[in-house]
Write a protein that binds this ligand. Structure first.
Ligand SMILES: NC(=O)c1ccc[n+]([C@@H]2O[C@H](COP(=O)([O-])OP(=O)(O)OC[C@H]3O[C@@H](n4cnc5c(N)ncnc54)[C@H](OP(=O)(O)O)[C@@H]3O)[C@@H](O)[C@H]2O)c1
Length: 274
């Protein structure tokens, strides 16, 4: 059991599956006290039971991050059960695959409500609890596409870039307060993300490029909790590639077109990496 992590109180949104659940298990194994939120109670309860079997403590609460009151209640549960929130991880989110011109009003509003507003609610509510204590760590699960959008993933990438802007601003706003703020930028990760994106988009969605396991990303998030820093790029080379993309946008467009041509599987199906 980790000396630095045992007993840390960590709140995670979107903890019923994927990266959120993998992170809960990785932190639970180190003896963290977890407060897990998502919309599906059965899956949340199953994750909490696994955390307890690994030696951690876990509480669950239904939390739709699009509802600010529910985010506040999730953090309040941590306060009630464990007297504080050491780490808040804004992880809940989903992808959408559609051309910019084809996104419906309802799709656009929903993705901003969950990915952007849901993240902002966690950041704002967590900061309100952490600041008076003079300690805490807010972690936002963004994406590699925060730095470079992909075709058919424009709305999703826009929410991830906007999350990053909030993180950059809040980190400086909280300088000297004892509260740190970090963003995490995974490339494609093996979770239900693509299945959910396909259901929401009405077309098949396939990961492009390198695919990481949720467990390997979760282990890196554990290290971020142990040693906070501004940004975590679980696939380090993608950080440098995207830095280069910012300097050479035309060359990047060319490379992306070639990659997409080789990956397209026919009408109505978009290949996406994020
Ligand atoms: N997988 C990837 O390739 C990848 C790459 C980069 C970044 N990310 C980011 O990683 C995060 C986690 O995604 P994932 O890959 O683990 O996908 P996932 O397997 O689909 O899990 C998404 C989680 O978010 C929860 N969620 C969705 N909408 C919610 C809402 N309105 N309120 C509360 N919880 C909600 C889901 O639980 P319920 O349905 O039970 O609410 C689920 O637990 C997302 O922010 C995603 O953008 C993923």
């Amino acid at each position: 059991m980790s000396q630095t992590l045992a007993g840390k109180v960590v709140v995670i949104t979107g903890a019923s599956g994927g990266l959120g659940a993998a992170t809960a298990l990785a932190l639970g194994r180190r003896g963290c006290h977890l407060v897990l939120g998502a919309r599906r109670r059965d899956q949340l309860t199953e994750v909490a039971q696994q955390v307890r079997r690994l030696g951690g403590q876990a509480e669950v609460q239904i939390c739709d991050v699009a509802q600010r009151a529910q985010v506040r209640q999730l953090l309040a549960l941590a306060q009630k059960k464990f007297s504080r929130v050491d780490v808040a991880i804004a992880n809940a989110g989903f992808g959408l695959c559609a051309a910019v011109a084809d996104i419906t009003d309802a799709q656009m509003e929903e993705i901003w409500r969950v990915n952007f507003l849901g993240t902002w609610y966690v950041m704002a509510e967590a900061a309100a609890l952490m600041r008076p204590r003079g300690t805490g760590h807010i972690i936002v699960i963004s994406s590699a596409v925060a730095r470079r959008a992909l075709p058919y993933m424009g709305a999703y990438a826009a929410t991830k870039a906007a999350q990053l802007s909030l993180v950059e601003a809040q980190r400086l706003e909280l300088t000297g307060s004892g509260v740190t703020v970090s963003s995490v930028h995974p490339v494609s990760t093996r979770t239900n993300f693509f299945t959910v994106a396909a259901q929401r988009s009405g077309c098949r969605v396939k990961a492009l490029g390198i695919i990481q396991s949720a467990e390997s990303v979760a282990e890196k998030i554990v290290r971020l909790v142990e040693r906070p820093r501004p940004e975590l790029w679980p696939h380090r080379a993608s950080r440098w590639a995207l830095g280069l993309a910012a300097v050479l946008p035309a060359l990047t467009d060319y490379a992306m077109r070639r990659l997409l041509r080789s990956c397209h599987r026919g009408k109505g199906q978009h290949a996406a990496r994020h």
